[in-house]
Design a protein around this ligand. Structure first.
Ligand SMILES: Cc1cc2nc3c(=O)[nH]c(=O)nc-3n(C[C@H](O)[C@H](O)[C@H](O)COP(=O)(O)O)c2cc1C
Length: 176
C-alpha cells in the first residue's frame, strides 16, 4: 500500500504540514510527501491536450499526477482560506481533472483522507468540507474514508493546540 500526503498550505511546519506528517508516520505503508508550495504548479489551461496524453504545461504537474496515480491512499490537507481550500490545493485539484479526460488513466477506487485546518473554533465549514466527498473526489471515482477538521487552529504548527487532531489523524492512519 502506498500513501501519498499532499500539503496545500504554504506554511512549512504549519498545521496541515504537521498533521500530514503525523499521518504518514503512523501509517504502516510506503509513503510519499508533497509540499505543493515548493512545487512549480500552475492552474489548468483547459486546453484538453490531456485527452491525448500527458498534460502539456511545463511544470511539476505531471510528476505530481504520477505520484497520485501510483498511490492507493491520498491524504489531502488544506487550510480554509475565506471558507474554501487554498490556491495551492485548488491548483492540484484542477490539474488532476486531466485524469478524467484520458481513458488510459483512472483514480477509480483510490481512498482519500481529508484534513482541513481553520481558525474558526466551530464547524461552520462542515457543508463545504462534506462536499469534497462528491466534488472533486467522488467525481474522480475516489472514496473519502475519513476527515479531520482541525478547528480553532491558528498558531503555526503548535503541537499542543493540535494534540487532539494529531490523535485523530493517527487513529485513521493506523486503521488503513
Ligand atoms: C488568506 C487566509 C484566509 C483565511 N481564511 C480563513 C477563514 O475563512 N476561516 C477560518 O476559520 N480561518 C481562516 N484562515 C486561517 C487558517 O485557516 C488557519 O490559520 C489554519 O490553521 C492555517 O493552517 P496552516 O498552518 O496549515 O496553514 C485564513 C488564513 C489565511 C492566511
Amino acid at each position: 500500500m502506498k500513501v501519498l500526503g499532499v500539503v496545500g498550505s504554504p506554511r512549512k511546519d504549519g498545521n496541515c504540514d504537521v498533521l500530514v506528517k503525523e499521518f504518514l508516520d503512523a501509517a504502516d505503508a510506503d509513503t510519499e510527501y508533497i509540499f505543493l508550495n515548493h512545487k512549480k504548479l500552475f492552474g489548468c489551461n483547459a486546453c484538453m491536450a490531456c485527452e491525448n496524453g500527458d498534460c502539456v504545461i511545463d511544470d511539476d504537474g505531471n510528476d505530481i499526477i504520477k505520484s497520485l496515480l501510483d498511490a492507493d491512499v491520498l491524504v489531502f490537507a488544506t487550510p480554509i482560506y475565506y471558507g474554501q481550500m487554498s490556491a495551492q490545493a485548488k491548483a492540484f485539484v484542477d490539474r488532476f481533472y486531466q485524469i478524467s479526460r484520458n481513458e488510459n488513466k483512472s483514480l477509480e477506487g483510490k481512498k482519500v483522507v481529508t484534513i482541513f485546518t481553520q481558525a474558526q473554533p466551530e464547524n461552520v465549514f462542515g457543508d463545504y468540507i462534506d462536499s469534497f466527498k462528491v466534488m472533486p473526489f467522488g467525481y474522480m471515482g475516489m472514496e473519502v474514508i475519513g476527515n479531520v477538521t482541525a478547528m480553532g487552529t491558528s498558531s503555526k504548527g503548535d503541537k499542543e493546540e493540535l494534540a487532539k487532531y494529531i490523535d485523530e489523524v493517527k487513529s485513521i492512519a493506523s486503521k488503513l
